[in-house]
Design a protein around this ligand. Structure first.
Ligand SMILES: [Zn+2]
Length: 329
């Protein structure tokens, strides 16, 4: 019998990653194409379709493709749209699911990348038995997927769970969303860089970061410098973790998660970000919540969680549909 698979697609600002994923979360084929260089979304979808179909012909196993799950910035699960995504070339409100279904003739679902990551953790990672947890993705920005009572929270308009844009400081750093002082301007790959340079300006401490231009500094470099004892690198993690923990304490008061997963480039810093975040979380929690909630790296940290999450999204929908009515929630 042909292997049953879905196509997981993660649309990023620069690259779009794709993978054929079976029900157990095994990826049987992975590839990527550029997201840039297509004036209209229609051109991108045609190119994506041609690329995927071309590559499928080269595969040496037979499979039955059941559907397509997509994680995209500002992807709206309810509307099937991508709306005003700041990092994509296509502006406004895009009827993404309709265009994809017209091209691929398969069921298509879309959500934002952090919600997809939360679903990935639930279906294929360490959140299997958890009904309430939080997924924080620390990439260029900060994304969040909130799972409550076993479901991703979408809210009335499909855009719930934008923890990256809660206010940290009045009149704080300029955010890409137009507001000032959003959490992701402090806690993200870009945020920790801004903090590192702020620290350089505030102190005379010796630091290798003084010799690295802003555009060249990567979170992984800050991590390796922290490991060598670089005081600016260590302080940058402390400040970043502190603000993350403080913001998470508020989110705990809203949804009371059992666990908080971190994913993304900055999550790979491990204890450097997690230890100060935990300390700050405990410090800012009401006593009823204290010493109950763990902050851990995602179990899929070294895998393509975005593609797995997008695949989980469509698997969840397909499997849900095939359940008898009485078993649906
Ligand atoms: Zn913002």
């Amino acid at each position: 019998m042909a292997l049953e698979v879905v196509l997981g697609i993660d649309i990023g600002g620069t690259f779009t990653k794709i993978g054929l994923v079976d029900r157990t979360g095994s990826i049987h084929f992975e590839d990527e194409i550029s997201t840039r260089g297509y004036k209209a979304i229609e051109d991108f979808i045609v190119a994506l379709h041609a690329h995927v179909m071309g590559r499928f012909e080269t595969l040496d196993f037979s499979f039955n493709l059941l559907g397509i799950g997509v994680g995209a910035p500002n992807g709206n699960y309810y509307e099937g749209t991508i709306e005003h995504a700041p990092n994509l070339d296509w502006k406004g409100r895009i009827e993404f699911v309709r265009l994809m279904e017209d091209q691929f003739h398969l069921p298509v679902v879309v959500t934002n990348d952090a919600n997809a990551a939360a679903l990935g953790e639930m279906l294929f990672g360490d959140a299997g038995q958890l009904k309430n947890f939080l997924m924080i993705t620390l990439g260029t920005g900060l994304g969040s997927g909130l799972v409550v009572n076993g479901d991703v929270i979408y809210g009335h308009d499909g855009f719930a769970g934008e923890l990256g844009h809660v206010l940290v400081y009045d009149h704080g750093r300029q955010c890409g969303c137009g507001k000032k002082g959003c959490l992701e301007t402090y806690v993200s790959a870009t945020g920790i860089k801004r903090t590192a340079y702020e620290l350089l300006a505030e102190s005379n401490d010796d630091s290798e970061i003084r010799n690295i231009p802003f555009s060249k500094l990567k979170p992984v470099t800050i991590t390796s410098l922290a490991e060598k004892g670089d005081p600016i690198a260590i302080k940058a993690f402390e400040r970043t973790g502190y603000l993350l923990g403080r913001a998470l304490a508020d989110t705990v008061a809203h949804i009371s998660p059992a666990r908080i997963f971190l994913f993304g480039g900055l999550a790979k810093a491990g204890k450097w970000i997690i230890d100060p975040a935990k300390q700050s979380l405990e410090k800012h929690l009401m006593p009823i919540y204290q010493n109950k909630i763990d902050i851990v790296p995602s179990a899929l940290l070294d895998k393509n969680i975005a593609v797995l999450g997008a695949a989980a999204l469509i698997w969840k929908k397909l499997d849900h549909k095939s359940l008898p009515d009485k078993d649906r929630d």
